[in-house]
Every structure is written in C-alpha cells, then in structure tokens.
Ligand binder design. Sequence first.
Ligand SMILES: [Zn+2]
Ligand SMILES: [Zn+2]
Length: 358
Amino acid sequence: MHATMSSENATDCLGWAARDASGVLSPYKFIRKAVQSDDVSVKITHCGVCYAEVVFPRNKHGDATYPFVPGHEIAGIVQEVGSNVSGFKVGDHVGVGTYVNSCRECDYCNGRLEAYCEKGAVYTYNRPNVDGTITQGGFSTYIVVHQRYCFRIPDAYPLASAAPLLCAGITVYSPMMRHKMNQPGKSLGVIGLGGLGHMAVKFGKALGLNVTVFSTSISKKEESLTLLGADKFVVSSDQEQMTALAKSLDFIIDTVSADHSFDLYLSLLKTAGVLVMVGAPNEVKLKPHSLILGMKSISGSVVGGTKETQEMLDFCAAHKIYPNIEIIPIQYVNEAIERLIKKDVKYRFVVDIENSLK
Ligand SMILES: [Zn+2]
Ligand SMILES: [Zn+2]
C-alpha cells in the first residue's frame, strides 16, 4: 500500500504561490507526490498566464486553499516515467493543461471528454486530488501527472508557444470542432481579442473560414487584419456596421467575460447559426425570439477532453499555428497579472520557468 506521500522519492519543488486574497505570488517550496506507476514527471520549461490566474489567486470564487501555486498552461520535458507508462519517455516534450485527474469511469471520461467528468475533473491547482493533497500548478520547477493528462508536443514546436495552447488554444478549438466550424468558406465571428479570441482567429483562418473580429476598441483593427489575418474588423458599438452584418454569420465564438448584449450578436447569425460562449459574463439576457425565429442556439464549452487536446496540438504543429506571446521571467509574473487585468498583452504572457525559476 502506498502512503499518501512517499518520503523516499519526495523532492522539493520550487514554485511561486498565492498566500492570501491579494493574489500576489511569491516563492514557495513544497513537496510533489512521488512518481507512481502511471505517472509522468515533467520538468517545466514554460507556463502561460491565463485569466484564471486573476480569478483563483484572488479567491473570486471563495474556494482558495492557501498557499497554492497557480498556472495551468504547462509545457516541459519528461524527466521520469512510472513503470506502466509506455507513451512517454525521458526527454519527450509534453504539456499539461487545466486538469490532472478525473474518475476515468464515467461516460464522459470513457468518451475522452474528461473536462466534463461526472465526478468533476480535478483542476491542475487549488483542488483536492484523490490522495487528499491540494494540487499545485505550473509556476513551479516540475509536476507529476498521470499519463492520461499529459500530452505530446511535437518536437519541432517551440515549448514556449505550446504553453498557451493547453488552455486558451483548446478552449476555442474544442467547440469549433464540435460545432463543425471546420468547413471552408463558412463565416465565423469572434467576439473579443484576448488570449482566447486571437487563437480562434488563427484556427478559423487555418480551417478556411471567413473571420470577422468584434471588439470594443478600434485600436485592435490593424493587428486583427494584418497580424492575425482576420478578414474583417468591426467595432461592436458601430450600429451601421453591425446592421450591415445581419444574418451573415454561420458561427460566433464569444470570448468576452464582461456583460454584453446577446440579442445583437444573435441577429448576426444565419438561420440555425450557433453562438458558443467560452467567456463568463455575470448573466445572459436575451429575447426568446432571438433564438426561436431563426432556429438559433447558444452553447457553452469549457476547455476540452484529452483526445481533442492532443489533436489540437498536432493540428497547430501541422499548420504552423503559433500563439502570439510575450515571454517573461517569473519575477515579473505579478506585474504581468496586473497588465492582464488591463488587457495590456498581445496576447499571452508565458513565464520562462526554466531560465528564471531557481
Ligand atoms: Zn486557463
Ligand atoms: Zn469521469
């Protein structure tokens, strides 16, 4: 029988943890679980900074167990594998995303949609794992994870670029595939141009869609069209431009977490069009006729399953799709989180763990 924490193999892991609801991160030493037969130990080289790093460290949901180490866009190199692990070997480039465990028995786990596990997927940080310890995330030197929740990163794909794919990338890729937004020539609207939105634009273009970006700020126009390759850019407060787009879009991906009008965007969808929410506004208000008269749907989605996460990584490598990133040392992470709140990032901060966390 295994003890909950094996003292033989336990080694110190260095991370940066949140200590209280200020959310400020600072150096923290802790013990990772020992490598079990199905586990992979990953030396972390990079970790993306997601909006979750604003929400959880500041205890916005009231469920923080301090201290905890955030970070769930993890890329790195395998440093040890358990005896049952066949898919990974020491030296492989791998990623870990937003969850590190699930029941592996329910319909959703069996369908490799573990994010929707009936018993709840175990988030990569600030959640009790099956052994009772609290999970600790990727702003740390290494992580030990069951092989099922570890993904191959193709060798030629830069690890720094791979990190944001593990949350931002899969969050938009999964609903795009589920709702068949992979038909060339169809039209996609992307609301909001942050970490998620900019990936939706890139996927849309790689899939041959006609992509329109909606933003509250005209300042995003040039970058949308030239840097990201969108076909059209619309300031959402511009009534004339919005009206001109009525019933012209097949799909909309809504990445915005601020409250906004749904009737307006639903009016832009063609008959049977779908709007997928991946942001989290406080509430959704809409007139039933906005859905009924056009046979339209609003759907939700959260990250993605393990099968589609691997597909997404392979897709990005095959199509040379790279997130736009700003690489920072861990010592800059608190400032980066402040800048993220002000939307002052194009489009994802990635912490260079390997070279700065010592
Ligand atoms: Zn995230
Ligand atoms: Zn399950």
